[in-house]
Design a protein around this ligand. Structure first.
Ligand code: ADP
Ligand code: GN1
Ligand code: MG
Length: 350
């Protein structure tokens, strides 16, 4: 990795390179180097080319977004900017792999599970500040870094192919989950038929993609900008409900404990809609809970498809990991169905 670091710094004195294992997609490292007698930290990241087939599109999108945000004098968060190489390029191509360098945002934390309302409020507020700063970005200028990313009807077809081609042992253990997704898949059609505006959306608003200040517990920085693309606000809201409100981590096998936690939902709504409600259309506001159901079900289907395809997409730690994730998401979906009227009731006041 020395070779890559040398393209960003002249004769760098590398003190450490440690792997940060949180995400499912990229290889992320914390780089520590000595600069002018001080220890400086950076994020060095290899873009996953199985997932992002055209990494230059990712680089272009993230640059365009951060340049736009840089024009906002009152942006309250750190603006994540990709750092240039010595040749003033924004990536290093090494043995066919694309690497980028980002500033390491100090004194922040990420969570894989929300523990309290304060965290939920802060994280939702962070994503809403990011979304708000991009409301006037020309949507058509962004590339689709993953085509059909939240196109659930397309993903449903892929899922049906995966079911058709899966080996019988995997299909058998996944029988209940497969049937459940087939039964509920009308949700995808329902969302598809809504008349929603295309906006610049993050598309991966999971709880560990927002850095929270370790001392003040205020939002510090929205990260993981690879999937910033034209999309629906409902998807971002839905992914927050999916990852913030679950009483368990997304890969917990303790399905009986999986639950959509109402107090966390309420804090999330306050954090997200406080900044954004006045910019949203009536259609968007009316269908926020559908957004949650849509994204939770889509995620269950994505994990299950990957299980049926022998785990080609998400990093897994054991053979049934993706199946467990899918069942966990199904349990969460069921919990949302049970509490749907209370959720809608709470949203009515915004
Ligand atoms: P992935 O696409 O694999 O999810 P992320 O960009 O989300 O990769 O990074 C993985 C983890 O690394 C994050 O959840 C966060 O904990 C940490 N991280 C990423 N970028 C930064 C940063 N700029 N400053 C501090 N920590 C970071
Ligand atoms: C991936 O990169 P990460 O871990 O933040 C995935 C999301 C899924 C999520 C499920 C590019 O997010 O879409 O919702 O895992 N990212 C991509 O945990 O597919
Ligand atoms: Mg991430």
């Amino acid at each position: 990795m020395q070779n890559i670091v040398c393209q960003f710094f002249i004769n760098p004195k590398i003190l450490a390179i440690t792997s940060l294992g949180g995400g499912h997609i990229n290889q992320t490292y914390k780089l520590s180097i000595e600069q002018e007698g001080l220890t400086k930290h950076y994020i060095l990241q290899q873009i996953n080319q199985q997932v992002f087939k055209q990494p230059l599109k990712v680089i272009e999108n993230t640059l365009a977004v951060s340049q736009h945000i840089a024009q906002k004098p009152y942006y309250p968060l750190h603006n994540l900017t990709t750092l240039p190489t010595l040749k003033r390029e924004y990536y290093v191509l090494d043995e066919g792999n694309y690497w980028r360098l980002l500033p390491f945002i100090e004194n922040t934390v990420t969570f894989s599970r929300v523990e309290n309302e304060v965290q939920a409020y802060a994280a939702a507020q962070g994503f809403s500040m990011f979304t708000k700063a991009l409301l006037d970005f020309p949507v058509a200028r962004l590339h689709d870094t993953i085509p059909h990313f939240h196109d659930s009807l397309f993903r449903l077809e892929q899922f049906q192919c995966a079911v058709g081609e899966a080996d019988s042992a995997r299909k058998q253990v996944a029988h209940f989950a497969i049937q459940f997704i087939e039964k509920e898949s009308f949700m995808f059609q329902r969302v598809h038929q809504l008349n929603l505006p295309l906006r610049v959306t993050h598309n991966d608003t999971k709880i560990d993609n927002v850095l929270i200040d370790a001392i003040t517990l205020k939002p510090a920085c929205v990260i993981d900008l690879d999937t910033v693309m034209p999309g629906y606000l409902l998807a971002d809201f839905g992914d927050m409900v999916r990852t913030f409100t679950n009483a368990e981590r997304e890969d917990s096998a303790n399905f009986a404990k999986v639950e959509m936690r109402m107090p966390i939902f309420q804090s999330l709504v306050r954090g997200f809609l406080g900044e954004l409600a006045s910019w949203m259309t009536l259609e968007e506001k009316a269908h926020l809970v559908d957004g949650a159901k849509w994204i939770i079900l889509e995620q269950a289907m994505r994990f299950l498809s990957d299980f049926l395809q022998n785990d080609v997409y998400y990093k897994v730690a054991y053979a049934e990991h993706n199946l467990v994730r899918a069942k966990n998401q199904i349990a969460l979906y069921q919990s949302v169905l049970k509490q749907e009227s209370q959720m809608l009731g709470y949203l009515e006041s915004f």
